[in-house]
Design a protein around this ligand. Structure first.
Ligand SMILES: *[C@@H]1O[C@H](CO)[C@@H](O)[C@H](O)[C@H]1NC(C)=O
Ligand SMILES: *[C@@H]1O[C@H](CO)[C@@H](O)[C@H](O)[C@H]1NC(C)=O
Length: 517
């Protein structure tokens, strides 16, 4: 009994581990997830080094050291996120731009002195590496530090990574981010389009992406490292931040795990008193309009902005509208423009009728958690896909940015507000989303500690990750079967010829002897 208790204690605790949390994407929506993780790990007594473009600078977190790579935001000087859109560029160009963007970001970050210092640390400095999904080159950190690596995505994980980890991929069942989600081409052409995207992505990552990331990783993490894709297969765990409500619902290898509700622990500035007053006094209810942090108003075009303001002005509600400024010529009376709103506060307010959003994952999650129906205007990244899934689930309507007119926007908002089915569906999804045995954060931390306790937890890796394409399709087996069938056919043909030949000869012999007689 005593032994059991001792064993239980040994098994159940990882006292204080050295953990590196590395989030490379300069976007606050990504950082929220890694902030929540880093803060919680440090509060539980781990010594955490957090590389981030948005340091929390919270002096009460004494076990947390932050490494500031806010220099990463300079990447947006040369490029903005709107180019990663099929309406703006061909899919091949999007892939090329994406590769260039991640490569530039990697080089920019590696050139920072703080990163150089980080890499000078001795090999066994960390017990666990928590690394954001998105730049494969960073998977080489596990080679550098000889520690298990957990890859975490602040949203879903891309098709190429599913394929590398041995999860099933299929161009029609699990469509990628760049599929055409408009309803107009629900046909065999869409299937062709999806197949095309899938083949292109597979070709691109294997012949351009991985070789490039391998090359740049070698420069910084040592030329003796294995090929980058093989290192990715050695990842202990890959964590995808999606609930089945907004995921592919794909079978996953045991080392790929979905969690959700991570960032909601984020803290934000409290609402200003005027915002509080405006929403409290909105007795008819209010509408909240925000296109998030990655869609920038300078880029959406003047006509789009005028249409939006015109539609919002015609609504019989107060509207809180996240805008690039606090005023605008001809701003309608019922519309309140601000550069920033305390989103958690606004979303949980009982007077909120409809949320108009770009459909980013975290805004979608916040809408689900608060049971708020949506009008989605998706622009880029995972937004079109989230929009389609939430519209299919019945809690949202989608408007394509290129199709948006003032009338369409106004009527769609009114429709979603009027028809109570959107709200009740949102409430149903809320109860599904929140129904889990432990919070998302607890689950993630347990998983990290599990990986540390079991020295990388390599037993979770699926054999499907290592299988080659020819083995997967049983090419060798079928080759032997076909060879055998072919040989058999040749042999049978030969024997048949022989027998027929023999019989014919015999007949001729018989005939000729008959003649003689
Ligand atoms: C820091 O970690 C120690 C254990 O290593 C723990 O006892 C302490 O509570 C932590 N402090 C904070 C502020 O998280
Ligand atoms: C956020 O995290 C803190 C610290 O772990 C916890 O006390 C609090 O309950 C969490 N809040 C939510 C809304 O989960």
């Amino acid at each position: 009994m005593k032994l059991l208790i001792v064993l239980a204690l040994v098994v159940s605790t990882v006292n204080s581990a050295n953990i590196l949390v590395f989030s490379h994407t300069p976007a606050i929506s990504h950082q929220f997830v890694f902030r929540a993780i880093s803060r919680e790990l440090s509060l539980r007594g781990h010594r955490v080094t957090f590389v981030t473009s948005n340091p929390m600078a919270d002096p009460s977190l004494t076990n947390l050291t932050e490494i500031d790579i806010s220099i990463s935001y300079e990447i947006f000087k040369n490029i903005d996120a709107s180019v990663f859109n099929r309406e703006a560029n061909s899919i091949f160009k999007v892939a090329l731009l994406g590769l260039k963007f991640t490569e530039d970001l990697f080089m920019l970050q590696m050139s920072a002195q703080c990163m150089k210092d980080l890499l000078k640390q001795p090999q066994n400095s960390y017990d666990l590496l928590v690394v954001e999904v998105g730049i494969p080159a960073y998977h080489a950190l596990q080679h550098k530090f000889k520690a298990p690596l957990v890859a975490v995505s602040s949203y879903s994980i891309p098709t190429y990574l599913h394929a590398t980890l041995g999860n099933p991929v299929h161009p029609l069942i699990y469509t990628g981010m760049f599929s055409d989600f408009s309803d107009s081409i629900r046909s065999i052409w869409r299937n062709f389009d999806n197949l095309f995207i899938y083949l292109l992505e597979t070709f691109f990552i294997n012949f351009f992406g991985y070789p490039k990331f391998d090359e740049i990783a070698r420069t910084y993490f040592g030329d003796d490292m294995p090929y980058i894709q093989d290192l990715m297969r050695e990842t202990s765990l890959t964590i995808s931040n999606v609930n089945p409500i907004i995921s592919d619902r794909r079978p996953l290898a045991p080392n790929v795990i979905e969690v959700w509700n991570l960032h909601l622990n984020r803290t934000e500035d409290p609402p200003t008193s005027d915002i509080r007053r405006i929403v409290d006094e909105a007795k008819n209810g209010f509408v909240y309009f925000s296109l998030g942090t990655n869609v920038r108003f300078e880029q959406v075009g003047a006509e789009f902005k005028e249409n939006v303001l015109k539609a919002l002005g015609q609504l019989p509600f107060t509207v809180l509208c996240k805008w690039q400024s606090e005023d605008h010529p001809g701003k309608p009376k019922n519309v309140v423009l601000r550069k920033w709103f305390p989103q958690q506060f606004v979303m949980s307010h009982p007077n909120l009728k409809v949320f108009v959003t770009q459909g980013g994952l975290q805004s979608s999650e916040e809408a689900i958690i608060n049971g708020v129906p949506l009008v989605i205007i998706p622009f880029l990244g995972d937004q079109p896909k989230n929009a389609r899934l939430l519209t299919e689930q019945g809690m949202a309507e989608t408007i394509s940015p290129s199709a948006l007119t003032a009338d369409i926007l106004k009527n769609t908002i009114l429709k979603v507000e009027n028809d109570k089915s959107y709200r009740s569906r949102a409430q149903e999804l809320r109860s599904i989303f929140l129904d889990q045995p432990q919070s998302g954060l607890d689950k993630v931390i347990w998983l990290f500690e599990y990986v540390i306790r079991h020295k990388g937890a390599k037993h979770l890796k699926s054999p499907s990750a290592d299988i080659s394409l020819y083995e997967y399709f049983l090419v060798d087996v079928f080759a032997v079967i076909f060879a055998a069938l072919f040989l058999w056919y040749k042999l049978a043909k030969f024997l048949l010829k022989l027998i027929i030949g023999f019989l014919m000869k015999k007949k001729r012999v018989v005939n000729s002897t008959k003649k003689k007689n």
